[in-house]
Design a protein around this ligand. Sequence first.
Ligand SMILES: C[S@@+](CC[C@H](N)C(=O)[O-])C[C@H]1O[C@@H](n2cnc3c(N)ncnc32)[C@H](O)[C@@H]1O
Length: 235
Amino acid sequence: MYDEILESVRNTLNSSEGLHFNAKHYLTMHSHAVGLKNPTILELGVQSGKSTKLFLNALHQGDQGVLVSVDIDDCSKVAASPKWQFIRSDSTDVKKIIGDAPVLGKGIDMLFIDSLHTTEHVKKELYGFFPYVREGGVIFFDDIDSAPYCEGGELDSFYVELENRRILRFVNDVFEANMKQLDLTIYRGWTGLARLEKRSSLMAELSEPQGLKERKSKKLWKLKRSLKKRNLMNS
Ligand SMILES: C[S@@+](CC[C@H](N)C(=O)[O-])C[C@H]1O[C@@H](n2cnc3c(N)ncnc32)[C@H](O)[C@@H]1O
């Protein structure tokens, strides 16, 4: 099912830089989905259904599994499969989405966050759905690389450049505050892809990001270090 979409993504691997990385990121998620046994996949952001069809292609390589896709617009016609459920909703309305698709409450194996690309929105989606991601489950985030949006870049945009930097910093901060329960991988190139793997159990929640303190003064660091040494010598 939807083999042609997979084929067309594979065919762009040897194209220009942008298309190459874009294809790689889609194929990374597709391979991950293929490797899952009877998975529950949740996708936030559908649009024309490229990722939807790729995930359905992956699901149809196994016996069971389900894909739930959410969009604020009506995207119910972009795909068709007995394994697919479309929910028209704001993607931060976790209660409604789980109420409409109770299978999500039993544990999500893969979550793809690709709706409204603002830090606030991504945070609500991540913190809202994280408890329902099962141990070993993976969360992918699209649009975390600013490179093509920088001045003179192919997608030149002041706002997206800054917002994608904020989203990347946010993902890093979440990881640093939750290292006991997360693994993080960043895929650079084009608009980027981040991958968080949950190492804690179903219903475990994320702690708030703290943001590591950035050191600004080498002098202050040296002073503190010598005071510490002196204190150790005197004790
Ligand atoms: C980048 S597109 C999704 C692309 C798709 N995942 C793919 O790779 O083919 C973003 C989608 O998010 C949807 N969207 C924007 N704001 C949203 C919100 N608050 N809740 C749910 N969906 C939203 C838009 O309608 C749009 O279809």
